[in-house]
Design a protein around this ligand. Structure first.
Ligand code: ZN
Length: 450
């Protein structure tokens, strides 16, 4: 078996090389070396590179897009003076945001579902995709990933029976557990497979990882065979958690069960990889591809909305894009040795910010925290329908007690107001939306900043 495993890894490494050479040209290896050298460089070098790329992008936007030609006519040229780019503006002015230097067939269409259910369509160019992949290769190595080495993927896919998906998984040396249909038997089967196949890394939606870990933890308690499995050594080097919030209890359970570190990777379909957690637990910003700002009077002490400028999507420049997440910056240098600036806090989706009748804003994290230690609840979702009414969807299990219901409703009312009606709905399942990002808290009230 080990010989077969090594042969598969060697085959997959060669396939990766062929793929990257086909996509990015024969100088691919040199590009990856340059990317690595820059992201490992002293902070002054990285920031100087970023400033140079930013000046070039702003010039390109002003000269080749109708939207920025008009907007930047009277602007000083400083990034902070440019109004943030709202999702609403992208929907309404999509064509005017596109660069005239690219013909429509040179643009690659991409889209995101968005937590408000309003899809956002945008364009990216080929070089953007090449650069985005280079960043992912670089940062995933922090978690132990490398080309061709076996990886287990717990991710949502609608195409798992499609031959193209299966072929890709084969040459990339990946095994998939579909996050859209997580059944207990599929999870147990995947765990058996893991022992035969010994993946080096896991890439997962945090919620899928948590569900997987929960089922395994229960199996370990029930069966000696599982217990022995859990104690046997593995080749797992790290777990990459991406695409939704990594809650502390998710991380704690996964790390104790798999005996390895979970690395939080923050990214989005619109702008690619934004930040990656290092071995010291700090989130380093991808300054080679992005400028990340925090819209706050003091971004180092007060959290605010994250604004992102993409430095290498020339087909449709995103300048100060309001992505919908809240964060705080840090000016510290991380003890891990990497000098990329740090995102000190990431507080999640601003669309899950609730509003009270008196105008106060309650971060969705408040509500999710109420459920951390409630063993009777398997899944939950809180929806603010109006200022007077909320719906709480609960998937409960055998440990559920009726007193818990009153407790939760009370905690919700403490935050939103005693006059608020909380309709509790017991449901069999809370399906993932098409975007694959699980939303624990949803606000139907408009949070678009005007
Ligand atoms: Zn670090």
């Amino acid at each position: 078996m080990p010989i077969r495993r090594s042969a598969k890894t060697l085959f997959s490494k060669a396939a990766w090389r062929a793929y990257n050479t086909y996509r990015k040209g024969v100088h691919f290896r040199q590009q990856l070396r340059q990317t690595t050298a820059l992201l490992d460089a002293p902070r002054e070098t990285i920031l100087a590179y970023q400033a140079e790329r930013l000046a070039k992008l702003l010039r390109h936007a002003r000269e080749t897009t109708p939207f920025y030609r008009e907007l930047l006519k009277a602007a000083s040229g400083a990034l902070a003076d440019i109004p943030p780019l709202e999702k609403k503006t992208i929907r309404e002015q999509r064509e005017r945001l596109c660069s005239e230097a690219f013909s429509p067939n040179e643009r690659i269409k991409n889209a995101t579902g968005g937590s408000t259910g309003t899809p956002l369509t945008f364009y990216q160019d080929r070089d953007y995709w090449n650069q985005r992949n280079l960043s992912v290769y670089y940062f995933d190595r922090w978690a132990g990933w490398d080309f061709g080495e076996p990886q287990l993927i717990l991710w949502g896919t609608l195409e798992n029976s499609n031959w193209k998906h299966r072929l890709n998984a084969f040459w990339r040396n990946q095994q998939w557990l579909n996050g859209f249909h997580l059944t207990e038997s599929a999870m147990r089967e995947t765990y058996e497979k893991m022992h035969r196949w010994q993946p080096h890394t896991i890439l997962a939606y945090p919620s899928a990882l948590y569900q997987f870990a929960k089922v395994l933890a229960r199996s370990h308690e029930e069966s000696e065979q599982y217990q022995a499995r859990q104690e046997s050594p593995t080749r797992l080097k790290g777990i990459i958690a991406s695409a939704e919030m990594l809650h502390p209890h998710y991380r704690a359970l996964a790390e104790s069960l798999f005996h390895t570190k979970v690395y939080n990777r923050y990214g989005s379909r619109e702008v690619g990889l934004i930040a990656m957690e290092c071995a010291e637990g700090q989130m380093h910003l991808n300054c080679r591809e992005l400028c990340v700002e925090v819209d706050s009077p003091n971004p180092w002490t007060e959290p605010g909305e994250i604004l992102i400028t993409q430095l290498n999507n020339y087909a449709m420049p995103f300048i100060r894009y309001r992505i919908g997440d809240i964060g705080r910056l840090s000016d510290e240098v991380c003890p891990c040795g990497n000098q990329l600036p740090i995102l000190a806090e990431l507080l999640g989706r601003s669309t899950a910010t609730f509003r009270t009748k008196s105008g106060a804003l309650i971060h969705g994290g408040y509500f999710t925290q109420q459920f951390y230690h409630l063993t009777g609840v398997s899944q939950f979702q809180l929806i603010q329908e109006t200022l007077e009414r909320c719906t709480l969807k609960l998937v409960i299990n055998a440990q559920w007690q009726e007193a818990t219901r009153q407790h939760i409703v009370q905690r919700i009312r403490e935050a939103l107001g005693t006059e608020v009606t909380v309709n509790v709905e017991f449901v069999a399942d809370i399906p993932l939306p098409a975007s694959g990002k699980r939303e624990f808290t949803i606000s139907r009230l408009s949070t678009d900043v005007t």
